[in-house]
Write a new protein. Structure first.
Length: 277
């Protein structure tokens, strides 16, 4: 649909999700990288780069875990006001541990933001239920594109989701998840402190994963392979980064494992780290 509207490139965060970039490439869009720092995407670089659209993860940047700072939000809003289109991937917004979730950019700028989210990190990725709230001028074209893509999603899981939302069960589930995830996150941070000397933890305030980086000069793909050989699946940070050189790192999910399993897994990662160092 972006292509139909003359948009051939959409800027993405760097580091940023490899999977998302592959999807955009599949839709024949160029994906110029824009660096992310401690406050989120560098809007000055985005402006200088000149792409007409950008895809961002403001609530919890993937993979760094940075939350887009207030000043950057305003800068990004001004960029969009001047004609830019924002695709807001709100993929982790509900999982915020230190304070209430940040409001979506869409709520501030409905005419310039296409908001996307899903139940993948609330209920299960296998449900394949998501939503988009596009800027009004794009709505009809998107409904039509969706129709021609797949004739629509299964109705039954959507009815179940509507029931969970209306009955308050979803809200209760989210409260339970927040407590459970915070415990698992803390277990992972403790285990990293004990078992991964020199690892720096990033992005702990929200989300379902941590990013860790290391100073040592080894390839994070080697570390991930050594961990996998011990039964621990991680993602090397370099998969999600295009800027070189960069520090080696890993993306570690903690939501789906108990605190005991997390401690065991990080201990195995410690073994793997010794071999690659
Ligand atoms: C940053 C980010 N956005 C979007 C997605 C897409 O997830 P889904 O299609 O399951 O909602 C993922 C998947 O892991 C992701 O990491």
């Amino acid at each position: 649909m972006l292509g139909d509207n003359g948009i051939r490139e959409i800027a993405v965060e760097d580091p940023g999700s490899l999977g998302v970039r592959q999807h955009l490439r599949h839709a024949r869009l160029d994906t110029p990288p824009v660096p992310v720092d401690a406050d989120g995407i560098r809007v000055d670089v985005l402006r200088a780069q000149g792409a007409p659209a950008v895809l961002v993860t403001p609530a919890h940047q993937f993979p760094t875990g940075v939350v887009l700072g207030g000043h950057r939000r305003r800068e990004l809003t001004r960029w969009a006001d001047a004609g830019g289109l924002i695709v807001e991937d709100d993929y982790d917004a509900e999982h915020r541990y230190d304070r209430p979730p940040v409001p979506a950019l869409r709520s501030m700028l409905p005419e310039r933001v296409a908001y996307v989210g899903s139940v993948s990190k609330l209920l299960a990725p296998a449900l394949r239920i998501g939503w988009m709230i596009p800027p009004p001028p794009y709505r009809d074209a998107i409904v039509e594109a969706k129709r021609y893509a797949d004739l629509g999603n299964a109705a039954l899981p959507q009815l179940v989701l509507a029931h969970l939302m209306e009955s308050g069960a979803m809200e209760r589930q989210l409260r339970l998840l927040r407590t459970r995830h915070r415990r698992r996150r803390d277990a992972m941070i403790d285990a990293i402190g004990a078992r991964l000397p020199g690892a720096v933890v990033h992005g702990a305030a929200a989300g379902l994963h941590l990013m860790v980086t290391f100073d040592a000069g080894f390839a994070d793909t080697d570390l991930a392979a050594a961990a996998l050989a011990r039964g621990v699946k991680t993602q090397p940070l370099s998969w999600h980064s295009r800027a070189r050189p960069q520090r080696p790192g890993l993306v570690l999910g903690y939501a789906a494992r108990t605190a005991t399993e997390i401690a065991e897994g990080v201990a195995l990662l410690g073994d793997a780290l010794r071999t690659v160092r």
